[in-house]
Design a protein around this ligand. Structure first.
Ligand code: BGC
Length: 731
């Protein structure tokens, strides 16, 4: 009874509260519906995207429309306060959120709140072969971009590594179209989940920095479609990227930022891209072409903003009736679509966060998973700190900070743990760590002498060399002159290893020739540019807290002349009279080494572990869409680790010339000692297809296909085959 009585009391109180609430709601509702009637559709998040776009488009004047199509400072476009449209902020990309520059110069803006998390460079991310990590990196960068007030992040870059000399190889994702596309899509999905638009760049064929503003690329249609475009296509179609940046160079005689074939026909036509195409900074050269050939936003021209090709000259042309108004609306629509899709106009846009422990952890994981163990004779690695008294750390890269370098992709890092600090933090106190610089730009013989003395006095040497972001190495705006280690490092490494055979070489940067010392050095790690947590990640790998699992996303040739772009003379690289001809066609990277039976220094997909893996039991199971390859991997060693299983397809007797084999699937799996896992990799007909220029479509040709599975492009213990009964065109 008592209970009932209480319930009644509560009920009556609840009822009176409800009556009061309803009464207030009624009052509010009157007000609300009045507000709702006035809320324009474009500001109403409940309306479909296209409804909002059309509503906003209809409200814009000609001048306002034009203002959305070009920059009004180095990295912004104009606001339209009358309609509540804020300025749009763009930022580099791709390794984090760049420091602020400008507004009208490339000089830094002198802000003190523009530090951010410096992620490892793009080629390191690719070396993880872990698309989920790509997502995490994109997500973290997206969050940082939001907190820094950015709307569009300029990355990832997916230009194919055609020559080892390209100054921006470090930013890109390697030589293989499938790997680049999958890794970049993960990154884009992550970034865009944070109400940021990614911008995949540079579309297309920006594969060298030499004469990048003007060089004309001639490449046959099949290589274009099968090698240079697929990563972009994947990022558009699976990654759902909102913006694409045109490249500086020309393709078949027309600048890529206003190249009808690339932008209108392929990107927007065939692939159905409905986001916006922006120019690279100052990549536009002609108003008519920019208007008609598919450009939607002009950035960075060295002109007054109103004189940009898509500013006054466009407006004047429209007013003279030289350009269709529908073309203008299409460009504006694409700009508005990106704005609305990323919730620029909505109250609940994601707020973001900067320099969090979680972001730093992502940076560290990418570095840990991206470091590649290339050699480990007699299990020199991992080092056992308990058994060491003295370690000599030698080399300028042990203390050099890289995050801020490389030009537009450089990051003003919140902090950066260099390798020496990482090693000292890991073993200092337990082990004596001595440091010797060993080499420097311009040379200094006494540095080498002191390094050799340090090597002699130590139990183990950790040599940290390689390249850096100085102009002429891994840096935008120029290519490398050769593939050699600079500053006399070949000689130095030889001396060090002669003084102490227990030498671990760690190289930062991109690929170099190693023939001068590789057979004398027992252990070698490729560490790229590992970001702000790089030193900790590296120490983790060196001392076995982390089992390396990175695999090369590009072939390391023994010497530059083995590389396909350097086999056909200057017309194939760096170009003659302003044109570079990709004479190797489809045979880029491992495709070339396979076709020519050339031994690389280290093959595509290669990377060792502190454990061993066994592949077995490959089955090829027919499916509706094609086949599924199923196989087992077992960790046969004593420590846990991750393996990247790779699947290559080799057509047996193709009717057209094809690469010997091509990567068509991969999966990274984590296994405890003794553990095994079944891996399934589906293959559709599209994966078997080549591009037919005659039929202007992809053709999956009937015939027998070998499926090869294993740990690298040159270590494929499992094979099986299947027959495709009918030739068909596929998408
Ligand atoms: C680079 C782009 C970059 C842009 C803005 C250009 O020079 O090629 O990758 O996004 O500058 O900094």
């Amino acid at each position: 009874m008592l209970v009932n009585h209480k319930m009644k009391r509560i009920n009556s109180r609840a009822r009176s509260v409800l009556v009061w609430a309803l009464a207030s709601l009624a009052v509010l509702a009157g007000g609300w519906s009045a507000v709702a009637a006035e809320t324009p559709k474009y500001l109403d998040p409940a309306q479909p995207l296209e409804t909002r776009v059309e509503d906003l488009l209809a409200r814009l004047t000609l001048a306002e429309k034009i203002s959305l199509l070009h920059a009004d400072s180095k990295f912004t476009t104009a606001a339209i306060p009358r309609l509540g449209l804020p300025r749009r902020w763009l930022s580099d990309g791709p390794h984090g959120v760049r420091e602020d520059v400008g507004p009208d110069t490339w000089a830094n803006a002198g802000h003190t709140d523009d530090f951010s998390t410096a992620m490892p460079c793009g080629i390191c991310l690719a070396a993880t072969w872990n698309p989920e990590l790509g997502f995490s990196e994109g997500e973290a960068i997206g969050q940082e971009a939001r907190l820094r007030g950015k709307d569009i992040m300029l990355g990832p870059g997916v230009n194919i590594l055609r020559t080892p000399l390209c100054g921006r190889n470090f930013e890109y994702l390697g030589e293989d179209p499938l790997l680049s596309g999958v890794m970049a899509s993960g990154y884009v999905r992550g970034a865009q989940s944070q109400d940021i638009a990614s911008c995949v760049k540079h579309f297309a064929l920006n594969d060298q920095e030499f004469q990048r503003d003007s060089i004309n690329v001639e490449v046959d249609e099949r290589a274009l479609r099968e090698i240079y475009l697929p990563a972009f296509k994947t990022v558009v179609q699976s990654g759902g990227v909102w913006t694409v940046m045109g490249a500086y160079n020309q393709f078949r005689g027309v600048h890529c930022c206003h190249n009808d074939y690339l932008l209108n026909q392929i990107l927007k036509g065939e692939w159905g891209f409905n986001g916006l195409v922006m120019s690279d900074w100052a990549g536009v050269h002609d108003t008519r072409q920019a208007v008609l050939n598919g450009l939607d936003l002009e950035m960075g021209s060295d002109l007054k903003y109103d004189d940009f090709f898509l500013a006054k000259p466009y407006r004047d042309g429209l007013q003279r009736g030289e350009f269709p108004l529908a073309g203008l609306d299409d460009k504006v629509r694409r700009n508005l679509r990106v704005m609305i899709a990323t919730h620029v106009l909505d109250a609940n846009r994601r707020p973001g966060s900067l320099n969090t422990a979680a972001h730093q952890a992502v940076a560290r994981r990418v570095a840990e998973e991206g470091v590649v163990l290339l050699k480990n004779d007699n299990h020199l690695l991992p080092l056992d700190a308990a058994k060491l008294k003295t370690i000599a750390v030698i080399g300028e890269n042990a203390t050099r900070l890289h995050a801020h370098g490389g030009d537009s992709s450089g990051i003003k890092a919140f902090y950066e743990v260099n390798p020496l600090d990482g090693i000292v933090k890991r073993v200092g106190g337990q082990v004596t760590v001595v440091y010797a610089q060993g080499y420097q730009k311009g040379g200094a013989p006494d540095l080498a002498e002191r390094a050799v003395a340090a090597a002699k006095s130590a139990d183990v040497v950790i040599y940290l060399g390689g390249l850096n972001h100085d102009k002429g190495f891994d840096c935008e705006g120029a290519d490398r002159a050769d593939m050699k280690l600079p500053y006399g490092q070949d000689e130095l490494i030889r001396k060090i290893v002669a003084a102490n055979p227990q030498t671990v070489v760690v190289l930062e940067g991109t690929m170099v020739e190693m023939g001068a010392w590789l057979d004398q050095v027992p252990a070698l790690l490729q560490a790229w540019y590992p970001g702000l947590e790089g030193g900790n990640a590296l120490a983790g790998v060196l001392f076995g807290d982390v089992n390396p699992s990175g695999k090369l996303p590009a072939t390391f040739p023994k010497k530059l002349s083995d590389s396909p772009a350097h086999t056909f003379g200057p017309s194939a690289y760096p170009g003659v009279n302003g044109t570079v001809t990709y004479a190797e066609g489809l045979l880029v990277g491992y495709r070339w080494f396979d076709a020519k039976n050339l031994e690389p220094q280290f093959p595509f997909g290669f990377g060792l572990s502190y454990t061993t893996f066994e592949y077995s039991n490959l089955k090829v199971i027919p499916t509706e869409a094609g086949v599924t390859a199923e196989f087992e991997i077992r960790n046969t060693g004593a420590v846990g680790g991750a393996e990247v299983a790779q699947l290559y397809v080799q057509p047996e007797k193709p009717g057209v010339a094809r690469p010997v084999k091509e990567l068509k699937g991969f999966k990274k799996v984590w296994l405890k000692p003794g553990e095994s896992q079944t891996v399934s990799l589906p293959l559709t007909r599209t994966a078997l297809a080549y591009y037919s220029p005659e039929q202007k479509s992809w053709v999956a040709e009937q015939g027998t296909y070998q499926i090869l599975v294993g740990a690298s492009s040159r270590d494929l213990p499992l094979s099986s085959s299947f027959h495709l009964d009918q030739t068909s065109t596929v998408r």
